[in-house]
Design a protein around this ligand. Structure first.
Ligand SMILES: [Zn+2]
Length: 263
């Protein structure tokens, strides 16, 4: 039962995230405007807004002007729903817990960053900094509610700062050396968020995972997608995907990796 509720919640939230991505680009208010068709501007009724179902039922097109609707919409809805379920599974579906909702919110931010970067090759401060604020507040909250105290070496807050310096510094170095050709400045700022999220130790693993995933995808795109070595790739997509994988399977990955090294 919980599974179905979480899945449906994921579909609804995914539908909202599509709107967020669209309106961040168009500059419309995310909250205070009724949904409308981006082509003809017709306000959408409830029937047009059911995640995935409307898309299939209306034969992938707007009821009012027949413009085809992008596959992005149901794809993001389904992806969000599946990620919500996978996260809930990590919590054995006992979801009355702050950490679950915190991680769920972070995943939403990462989805918006990934989709926006994929479409526009841009990572927005408007998305990064609210997420960074959330993660920082969470780290401080953890310090205040556990026996660790702020500003000691065991502090989540301090570990977050170290992680932010590590990831952002690592990206910043590449940005500096390549004069922005390998990596964008948006990724450098994204590094602050990712490092704070994972803390110092997990940030090291995160960098390994993201370069493995980025490299694999890059290779696939070059071999099958007609991209050239040195083509511009939306790096934020790989970073977001890696971060979500780390959030879901970080512990397992870390154990596996240390075993591999014989530690
Ligand atoms: Zn329309």
């Amino acid at each position: 039962m919980t599974l179905i509720i979480i899945f449906v919640l994921g579909l609804v939230v995914g539908s909202f995230l599509n709107v967020v991505v669209y309106r961040l680009h168009s500059g419309e208010s995310v909250v205070f405007k009724r949904s409308h068709c981006p082509k003809c501007g017709h306000e959408l009724a409830v029937l047009d807004l059911i995640p995935v179902v409307s898309f299939i039922w209306l034969n992938r097109s707007c009821r009012y002007c027949q413009t085809k609707i992008s596959w992005q919409y149901p794809l993001i809805e389904l992806t969000t729903a599946i990620l919500f379920v996978l996260l809930a599974q990590n919590f054995q579906f006992s979801i009355f817990n702050f950490q679950f909702w915190y991680l769920l919110t972070v995943i939403c931010f990462l989805i918006v960053i990934a989709v926006f970067d994929y479409k526009h090759y841009l990572i927005l401060d408007k998305v990064i900094f609210p997420a960074l604020a959330l993660v920082t507040v969470w780290n401080i909250f953890l310090d205040l509610t556990t026996h660790y105290s702020l500003l000691t070496t065991h502090s989540h807050f301090v570990s977050g700062l170290e992680g932010a310096l590590l990831v952002s510094g690592f990206f910043g170095l590449q940005y500096f050396v390549s004069r922005g050709r390998w990596i964008g400045f948006g990724d450098v700022k994204f590094g602050l968020l990712l490092g704070s999220l994972f803390g110092f130790k997990l940030s090291l693993i995160f960098l390994l995972v993201s370069y493995a995933i980025g490299g694999a995808f890059g290779l696939i795109l070059i071999v099958f997608g007609g991209k050239k070595l040195g083509s511009k790739l939306p790096f934020g997509v790989f970073l977001s995907a890696s971060a979500i994988i780390m959030m879901l399977y970080g512990l397992k990955l870390t154990n596996w990796y240390f075993k591999l090294l014989g530690l």
